[in-house]
Design a protein around this ligand. Structure first.
Ligand SMILES: [Zn+2]
Ligand SMILES: [Zn+2]
Length: 381
């Protein structure tokens, strides 16, 4: 190893710490500063009761393994390709089977909710309704009447994959006049900005959510196995919605969804309204300053990441770093030490960053400030 390589490897040891998560599937986010808990929810899934490949009990097992707090079972009402093998006259049956499995397995931390996907051609497209009492009531020919039936049950209703190529050939999410009427009439409450199965990511959908005050959602829309599709257990995770709720009850979860207190998590991207993405990021990233060694004005500062998502930061402060460039990553559950050139010895250091793997508007990332007070230097003997 030559000298450069040795110093490079020492540098790597000094700066990067291995992730702290022993269990890679863990989906645990700290509470936000206002005391909200962050619930991991997948609100769009399929089983063999529509066009999925597995029995509903597998959905429950996967959700438990992934550390989800909330799982919605949302079969296509109209699309029933397995009808000859699995006659499906009661469209609540998939949910019931999932709950039976939940109870028999004793997975107390997981909430399973009843839902359905009303799947039509445009202008309706595909729309999910969750927190249903009776999915059969949505089996009507007029799609608008299905939406009204869902809302009559107090359902939370959201537009699925609006950038899906068969319905949006240019890949750009748009609302139809039919959708605009649903929103105007209070019948449509959210929109997917990330979907794990059909054309995953839409910054246009995020802008639609912001413009129309819709709740931002990320879902798996899983049909096969989560492990095979998303490499769960090996660093991957299904797209999901982080719900910022008062507590773990179904009522709090539902309130948070109607209030739009969510962040979509897809790959390493966190997408949502500024205040909610900022609340989650600030709960994840903490800063601690060391002391100025000797006569230097270069301050060691550690940024820690308590979350299962890795962050890419771009330094926008006046201060620059002695050891890394302006763009760096803080791995999931990891930390990074920065040597900050503060110019003079400061009582408080405030650093500002753009968090590149967040989106809070159309092609717009979150900006945050982190500040810390340098520790007193130890007294020399
Ligand atoms: Zn769909
Ligand atoms: Zn679906």
């Amino acid at each position: 190893m030559n000298r450069t390589a040795i110093s490079a490897s020492l540098f790597a040891i000094a700066c990067y710490t291995a992730p702290a998560f022993a269990h890679e599937r863990a989906v645990e986010f700290p509470n936000t500063a206002d005391g909200s808990i962050v619930l991991a929810a997948d609100l769009h899934t399929h089983s063999v009761f529509s066009d999925g490949q597995v029995w509903p009990s597998i959905r429950v097992e996967e959700a438990h393994r992934d550390g989800l707090e909330v799982l919605a079972i949302t079969e296509h009402l109209e699309h029933q390709p397995k009808k000859a093998d699995i006659p499906h006259p009661d469209r609540n049956r998939s949910y019931q089977v999932a709950v039976e499995s939940l109870v028999s397995q004793g997975y107390e931390g997981l909430l399973v909710i009843n839902g359905a996907e009303v799947s039509r051609d445009q202008p309706h497209g595909h729309i999910n309704a969750i927190f249903l009492n009776d999915a059969n009531a949505l089996l009507v020919s007029n799609p608008r009447a299905a939406m009204e039936a869902a809302n009559k049950q107090g359902a939370f209703v959201f537009l699925n994959h609006p950038n899906w190529i068969p319905q949006a050939p240019d890949g750009i999410a748009r609302l139809t006049d039919y959708h605009k009427d649903l929103i105007r009439d209070g019948l449509l409450h959210g929109v997917e900005v990330a979907n794990g199965t059909l054309d995953g990511h839409s910054e246009h959908a995020l802008q639609i959510a912001l413009d129309n005050n819709l709740t931002v959602l990320g879902t798996s829309d899983i049909h096969g196995l989560v492990d095979w599709t998303h490499n769960a257990g090996h660093g991957g995770h299904r797209p999901m919605t982080l719900v910022l709720a008062r507590d773990k009850s179904e009522a709090s979860m539902k309130t948070a969804l109607f209030e739009g207190r969510t962040v979509a998590w897809h790959n390493d991207d966190l997408m949502g309204k500024t205040e909610h993405v900022e609340a989650v990021v600030k709960a994840c990233l903490t800063i601690e300053a060391g002391f100025y060694p000797g006569k230097t004005s270069v301050l060691p500062v550690t940024i820690r990441n308590a979350c299962p998502v890795s962050f890419t930061l771009r330094n926008t402060s006046e201060e620059t770093f002695q050891n890394v460039s302006d763009v760096f990553r803080v791995e999931r559950g990891g930390e990074i030490e920065l040597s900050v050139r503060t110019g003079e010895v400061m009582k408080t250091v405030e650093l500002t960053f753009e968090i590149l793997n967040t989106q809070v508007g159309y092609r717009k990332s979150l900006e945050i400030a982190l500040s810390a007070d340098p520790a007193p230097a130890p007294i020399a003997r």
